[in-house]
Ligand binder design. Sequence first.
Ligand code: ARG
Length: 466
Amino acid sequence: MKMWSGRFRRPLDPEFERWQRSFDFDQRVLRYELAASGAHARALKNAGVLSSDELISILEGLRQIGRETASAEPIEDSEIEDVHHYVERQLVSLVGDLGYKLHSGHSRNEQIATDLRLYVRAAIDELRSQLAELCDAFLSRAGQAGSFAMPAYTHLQHAEPMLVAHWLLAYVEMFLRDADRLADCRKRVNFCPLGSGAVAGATLALDRAFIANELDFTAPTNNSVDAVSDRDFVLEFVNVLSLLALHLSRWAEEMILFSSQEFGFILLPEAYSTGSSAMPQKKNPDLPELVRGKTGRVIGAATALAVTLKGLPLAYNKDLQETQEPLFSATDTVLALLPLLTGFMKTVEFEYARMNDAAQSGFMNAWAAATYLVNHGVPSRLAHEQIGKAVKLCLEKQCELQGLTLDELRTLNPAFDESFYECLKLNCVLAIHDVIGGTAPERVRQALAVAKKKIESLREEVHAHA
Ligand code: ARG
């Protein structure tokens, strides 16, 4: 039986009937529908709508449905309209007409809003746990990188040397922010729409605080009209995912560049690369390329959601059914990417010697050279100009700054002396970046310790929700 057929004189057009169904995809939230239905049943018992025996039968029925559908196999069913209809039909088949009592004071509008909140909340917890593992992989590679340096780029041109660990920790920062944004988003997700009814609030005296508590929500939502039509939490969550995916795609781009023969900074792990069917020598960066590509899907999902929600009048509209697939697709995509990235980062090989060499060519000590003059009292703009001239001289002589003689340097500024050559060396250049967040080895050592603590507390928080 349909959930709404009483007032209809004619059956639905079969094509329309098939087309408007959501069960193919909303069965994804079945376990949350069952949990929420259990909480609603308990509230019905407290409100005197169900007897204790009826409650026991319904809860057992719901558990039975849970057991029967525990496998990951998709449920094929050509009669079922949506997940709510499915639970009702299965329950009635298990406990008879009593099953229809579960829908007392209930609307699918509040149900789907609740199921989606439970789904997003669980996804957030899973993603934060995956992010902790990913950060940990970056952190341990940063720890292993020791004192090796590499070029830092601006405009993708050699800029200054930095520690390899400093570069890796930059990603840890991004991912920790993503984890933080997810936690912040969770705060707004974690309110319970149940008891909002179809739009104006339930018509039975249901204890909404009790229901919210049963499902580990912070509290009931405040306004029934908003509660049944709000999908801000979906859009907010998928926007957080697009920013996360965007970080992944920046990482991917660097991996692709750095594995090219021109850079040669990393060796692609064979377990995450493929060859070419045509060119026998090829090893291609498939994983990073697909990561970069899949970012498009996630951003696409966020855009689709925003466009679906735009201009919808209050409260529930069937358009809202269209928010489910982009949500699931973005979540699936990111949940699949993160562990792969972790595996890749654990196995990728760094060509430290080549990175370190690259960190010492291309005038990456020029700013340090100008700083030398500044420390000798030369105004910064003039120091910049004079080192610029020194670089010009080097380009003519085809050497680095350390290839200029003291005489040549003194034509630019008499302040130069022997100690200048010391300040051009890699370890000195690194060491002068001695500020919070800088690449001086001591600062990086501290940053490693701070990141380690943050990852540990992320792990603890994730554990607390598990
Ligand atoms: N499948 C619907 C959805 O995802 C459930 C809510 C249906 N509500 C209704 N009034 N038809 O939005």
